[in-house]
Ligand binder design. Structure first.
Ligand SMILES: Cc1cc2nc3c(=O)[nH]c(=O)nc-3n(C[C@H](O)[C@H](O)[C@H](O)COP(=O)(O)O)c2cc1C
Length: 331
């Protein structure tokens, strides 16, 4: 299978590289996805082959003010290492301070600064992709972090705020000048959010302009897409977001329909178990529903059976139903 050779080093398109002490020795990296890339799911993506885990974005404000939801956002298991904590904020000093607090408390292997979130409540307050409108703030943030932390700092950006203000090259150079160890480009503007096609030619341009590793991101759904992105852009690695929600096996070199059935079923069961271990029976099953729906798109599940599964509140019955449907049975 081409995908397996691709991931097992038999691949002229990929050379391992380092972010500080983190060795990126495989070409596909798990993207941070708020609401999805929690500890149980990251364990799955790591076990399947992502060389690193990246948390959902963590609000600098929550860190400094120790809000009640913080422990959940920063939780990770040691087996997951290397782990990158992703931070967002619009106030440079607070973002830097939050990184200092987390460095001392959790010792992540790197910090990533989110400059790509397009959500209104984040970007409009000047955080996430909102930072792209203020390159001087970006300079302050990255230089402040690299000078005050011993942990490497990376950045995740978009092309710019909108098509009239494309500035990914300027931002990339600032990040590199200020000591960033890697940059990821989601090749869309903030205004595009998730519409249209990502512009991979910008990834190529950024890679040619910088000497730090450049990770390409946007619209990679298959192993073939990933290989094409490496080939067409020369990027150092490829970050996979939405496609991994249905197909975390992509990190092991499989397209969804090609995953061997025993591996497919084993990983689905393991993911549910990790969720339960982490959240407890009730919440573990409830938060697994959205994954179950995606995974079961591989099987021929009737609308009625899916409805029964999605509305089942009793954890034991949920597990039993999931297992039946996963094995190809009907309820
Ligand atoms: C539901 C959702 C949540 C996301 N949360 C984050 C986040 O916390 N941090 C971040 O940098 N990007 C976040 N993103 C953006 C993804 O990391 C990625 O850049 C984007 O989905 C494009 O990649 P894809 O085409 O492979 O999905 C999110 C995207 C989605 C759809």
């Amino acid at each position: 299978m081409a995908g397996l050779h691709f991931l097992n080093g038999d691949n002229a398109l990929f050379r391992p590289f380092f972010i500080g002490k983190i060795c990126i020795d495989r070409p596909l990296i798990q993207a941070p996805l708020d609401g999805w890339t929690n500890e149980p799911f990251r364990r799955i993506t790591r076990e399947l082959g992502s060389p690193v885990s990246i948390t959902e974005f963590i609000n600098g404000l929550d860190v400094v003010h120790k809000t009640p939801n913080l422990p959940q956002r920063i939780a990770f298991s040691e087996e997951e290492r290397p782990i990158i904590f992703q931070l967002f904020d619009d106030v440079p000093e607070r973002l830097i301070e939050s990184a200092c607090i987390l460095e001392e408390r959790c010792h992540p292997d790197a910090f990533d600064v989110n400059m790509g979130c397009s959500a209104r409540q984040v970007a409009n307050r000047g955080a996430g992709a909102g930072l792209l409108r203020f390159p001087e703030k970006i300079r302050e943030i990255i230089s402040g972090m690299t000078s005050r932390l011993s942990t490497p700092v990376t950045a995740k950006i978009r092309l710019g705020w909108d098509s009239d203000s494309i500035n990914y090259l300027e931002v990339g150079k600032i990040a590199e000048d200020c000591g960033a160890a890697m940059i990821t480009l989601h090749a869309r503007t903030r205004k595009q959010e998730y519409t249209g096609q990502s512009d991979w030619s910008a990834i190529r341009t950024l890679k040619a302009a910088l000497s730090i590793p450049v990770v390409g991101n946007g619209d990679v759904e298959t192993i073939d897409d990933a290989q094409r992105m490496l080939r067409e852009t020369g990027c150092d690695a490829v970050m996979v977001g939405r496609a991994m929600l249905r197909n975390p096996w992509i990190f092991a070199g499989y397209d969804f329909d090609d995953v061997p059935m025993d591996l497919f079923q084993d990983v689905c069961r393991k993911h549910l178990q990790y969720n339960i271990d982490y959240y407890g029976e009730q919440w573990g099953c409830a938060t697994f529903r959205k994954f179950a729906k995606r995974y079961l798109s591989r099987m021929e599940v009737s609308k009625e059976d899916m409805r029964q599964l999605m509305t089942m509140d009793d954890p034991d019955t949920f597990r039993r139903y999931f297992d039946i449907l996963l094995s190809g049975g009907t309820l």
